[in-house]
Ligand binder design. Sequence first.
Ligand code: SF4
Length: 400
Amino acid sequence: DREGHPSRAAARGGLGAVMGRRGLKAVVFLEGNQRPVMKDAARFRAASKAYMKALREHPMTGSVLPRFGTASLVTVINEMGAMPTRNYRTGRFEGADGLSGERMQALQQARGGQMTHACQVGCPIACSNVYHGPDGEYLTSGMEYETIALNGSNLDVADLDTVAAVDRLCDDTGLDTMETGATIAMAMEAGLLPYGDSAGILDMIRQMRDGTVLGRELAEGTERFGKRYGVRRIPVVKRQALAGYDPRALKGTGVTCATSPMGGDHTAGNTIGMPGLDPLGTAGQVEASRAAQTLMAVFDSLGMCIFSAMPSEDAAVFGLVGEMLAGVYGGSWTPDDVLALGRQTLENEKRFNAGAHIDASEDDVPAFMREEALPPHGSVFDIPREQLASTLDFSAGQRG
Ligand code: SF4
């Protein structure tokens, strides 16, 4: 991060996998002093300033995320009944208070840590944090909801300090915290470790680091480890562990996890909080996911943090993105021109997958999520397969 803590990873979006496949260990950027050449810098600045204002005025990007970070989602998702708990057996975790954004804020205030931390220069949201441990010293940074969900409630751990220790160990080892938590849940399903065993969880990660026999098996990830040990309930899509939202209680995000070329990844298009969308219903979920995936692909393509997309739910604010592009590249950019960037990116991702022999037959949630009712709502994932297949099919004129 900006303070030099080695705390970020190129993991789930696939870049790390591509680098690994190509044997590329690192890309080093030298600090330069050249500013990008713009066609119309004044036009860019005016649009950028207006967009910044929208970010500051939006309730999430202007208030909730800066104060509590993504950990603010613990309470929200738990209340919705979509919190992965003990390997997706229930959507509500009784220990959620111990993992909440409010709890993290109180701990960090007392210990000299930092909430409202910007992970990169110029971010006006600052949803990140610097987490200090019980001794008041730096422990980790970028403690996020997904790490908390997959290594907290998912493993029956109600203690942020344990999750922070997991986060630090994963960062030091070069492991994706989400895949790690989901894999350890497989070990728990297989009876190798009791749920809630904090010391055992940390030991398993050290075994991955040290390359013991069990550690090497664990390091193969959720699907391979789960299959090796005969686990039936393996929460993966396209061999990537699901994110911290149970698809049965947040079905639009479930559609995204099922159909995204990236696998079970929420960052491809989370539908949480979309106006007028019942997270437990079936109506409108495919359309909502398509819109979210297209918009996220736009922001990913532009190198903008996905949280900065939140105010773009307002069409007038989204129009400013086209204005910023016009300032940089010239010409005029309608909202549909901008969305075309997202559609094109998704088409490219699908082509990449086809080349990697990942086809549409893998576009679905794990079978147990269609069969097992999820407490407390008793819901299953019931979006028909044919509808999933149409989600990212732009050939029929869908615009996203
Ligand atoms: S760039 Fe994004 S992830 Fe980083 S602090 Fe800002 S809002 Fe958070």
